[in-house]
Design a protein around this ligand. Sequence first.
Ligand SMILES: C[S@@+](CC[C@H](N)C(=O)[O-])C[C@H]1O[C@@H](n2cnc3c(N)ncnc32)[C@H](O)[C@@H]1O
Length: 390
Amino acid sequence: MDEITNKVARQYTEYAYPPPPDDLTATASMRPGIYCDPGLYGPLLWPEGRAVEGLDILVAGCGTFQAAVLAFHNPTCRVVGIDLSPASLGHHAYLREKHELSNLELFQGDIHEVGGLGRSFDYVVSTGVLHHLPDPSVGLAALRDTLRPGGAMFLMVYGATLRTGVYMLQDAFRRMGLTMDDAPKVRAMLEALPSHHFIHAYLKVAPDLGHDVGVVDTFLHPQDAAYDVPGLLAWVRGAGLEFQGWAQNHIYYPQSLVRGPAVEITQALPDEEQWAVVEKLLCVAGTHSFVCRHPGEARRPGFGAEGLSLRPLLRPDAVITANNQLEIGKALYDPTQAELAVIRLATGAATIAEIMDDPAFAAFPAEQREAYGRSTFERLWKIGAVFLGV
Ligand SMILES: C[S@@+](CC[C@H](N)C(=O)[O-])C[C@H]1O[C@@H](n2cnc3c(N)ncnc32)[C@H](O)[C@@H]1O
């Protein structure tokens, strides 16, 4: 094992991450936020439609409970978890026994050597891991080689823009000679920083700085890289994979959070440019979660005439509230009556053309209905309300 991977292994052995639940039944309510769960987010992985029963799944760098939670909620799938950290695998073993997860196998090992397992998978998950490798491209290539034709890979890596302040402070703390046992000092130093410091954008949304494990993972990590959108797309292509799409479209397309003249200007750009611009305008992507496939296999909806044959399905993280608002994560939208009507018909069974044939829209001329259906579902997809089966 190389020197950096050794240091990373030491950190995650002494500071196992993330802090795990003791009981997986408690994770049912957080499941809509687990975007890598194939049982809920299958259409994100395979927009062309694929049964998500019986999958062989690899969770690479599974941490303290991720492979167990996927095995628990997807009992027909066979899940393999690998990780460097015996402490993290220890918690996995506890959960496996507690919930009798006969569909979960665990291996202590390095992603670089995952090929040594001699296995291949329909679905590969690796979140919060590849950016800790000395060369993330080498790790990504190792994972790609385990992915079967027709498979999907769900990845999460750090986003560079929102983490700008993190890297400034990592550099300062490294020069001060701080080590992973210095979380209390880091906490005190964060409190004393000037209010204009770049880190405050990150601290406002940082999920896990309430405990030492999170402080160490964020500020005292021995190896940590981050990507902006163009860098990420180039990295994925460089590894011989094809980018398919984001887990949460609303932070990459301008339709949801961007305001003012930038909306119209940005919408006119090609998709990849839109994502790059929105990332820089919003500065909210501390991480990038996305799906990639083997070359030629990625599927993304088109919104021209072919848009009429897309099959919309309301996403598990999008809910129509009792007072008819559309709630997606923390964002609330006020859909029109017509939008509500089409959303209620987004069950995954009907195409946009079929939905617009519903008697509810009979008063409108056919071309108007079709144009309305296509543009409404395009917007709903770009704000992260629906999947669109292709
Ligand atoms: C930030 S945690 C994320 C855990 C999990 N994927 C999740 O999202 O909850 C990173 C995990 O990756 C593991 N890891 C880091 N480098 C690795 C490598 N080269 N091979 C295997 N596991 C690795 C660490 O031990 C740690 O458990």
